[in-house]
Design a protein around this ligand. Sequence first.
Ligand SMILES: Nc1ncnc2c1ncn2[C@@H]1O[C@H](COP(=O)(O)OP(=O)(O)OP(=O)(O)O)[C@@H](O)[C@H]1O
Ligand SMILES: O=C(O)[C@@H](O)C(=O)CO
Length: 425
Amino acid sequence: MKIGVIADDFTGASDIANTLAKGMEPEGGIRTAQFPGVPNIPVDEEIEAGVISLKSRTAPVEEAIADSLSALRWLADQGCQQFIFKYCSTFDSTTKGNIGPVAKALADELDAQKVVFCPAFPTTGRTVYHGHLFVLGKLLHESGMENHPLTPMTDANIRRWLQYQTQEAVGLVSIDAVEQGSEAIADALQKAGERFVIGDAISDEDLLAWGEALKDAKLITGGSGIALGLPRNFLRETSSKSAGTVFTGIAGPAAILAGSCSGATRRQIEIHAKSHPTFAIDVSGVMFGDVTTQTLLDFFEEHSGQAPLAYSSGSPDDVRAIQGQFGQEAVAEKLDNLFEDTARELVQKGYKRLVVAGGETSGAVAQAVSEALGSPAMSIGPEIDPGVPVLSVGKTEPITMALKSGNFGAPDFFSKALRMMEAGK
Ligand SMILES: Nc1ncnc2c1ncn2[C@@H]1O[C@H](COP(=O)(O)OP(=O)(O)OP(=O)(O)O)[C@@H](O)[C@H]1O
Ligand SMILES: O=C(O)[C@@H](O)C(=O)CO
């Protein structure tokens, strides 16, 4: 393995695994596997990039650091020479962490003197301009992300936001240098006095220039966009050919689980509900124990074959009210447990296609699924929508999953995902 990724959540891991597996024309991508946590089983020697999915985005800082370091050490043991710390393209974190502290721990371990922070993902509308993060042209804190249930993003100036999280000075390589290409970027990076540097990027061309400039960087941090140019570096060096994606499709019972409260997911639920059975999980019912795993299983069994969807997703007002009543952590824990237990039971009942919306929610589901199947690596299938690939898990009787980041996907994402899982490519 040459490239090792430490992703702070499962949907983010899928997103960057998709970028590495797909690559850019004409070279294509590299053989990539996604792992649910740090593996303790032998890994296929053909894999060129390994992506470890952690649940560290909102974990206590010390735990996030420990998990990230253990992922880094495992990847280094597999031969990786370049490491990426993948976080959200909307820089999801609080003023207390975890992006700054985790990056610092990884940089110290690798003795990396310069660390770039670039969450840009222009295909999905995330751009960084003079250190400010935009989502589809809106400043981050006016994009809806200010209402996130766990990491409300209330400042689009990510240089300032990162500075709250770290004692390292935070600099900027601005678009003025980036637009002049990789040499100008490398030069600006060299001249920057700070160890941590925010990287502007507003287009894929900018990200490809960054990729070239960071060819020899030990540690890179960012969204999946920063990985766009890395397969190219790797393939040029090894002169190997793109592995391509082979996924033959998996049919069978399907279920959709949504825990994301993002605007995009709520819209996708609305669209899906027009022609499919949906079940709105009553979150206070979950807190009081009236809505259980069995409730969800009964719903899925009753509507088997009709692409049924169960969701907890609520509006910002709903989220505020329920968190005010029970506390944010208690609600998140109960819902995670509910989704996790439901997913485990579904796999045991022979469900073959699971679509999940939301990073925390996907973490809970994917962990349960992979435990049920003996924690195999997940291989990367075709891309459903930008940043969301079909995953296949397990070898003898594989099942397929799609782990959708809250804000990703077209309005008809759910039915499209189920179709692609069955059809393959
Ligand atoms: N109705 C609700 N009220 C309060 N909290 C909720 C509700 N529904 C879900 N949650 C919590 O909101 C969080 C949603 O996080 P999740 O990471 O799954 O989605 P997301 O942040 O939109 O996705 P991503 O991380 O991929 O951007 C979870 O912790 C979940 O438990
Ligand atoms: O970068 C993104 O936006 C996503 O990959 C993500 O991290 C989802 O949680």
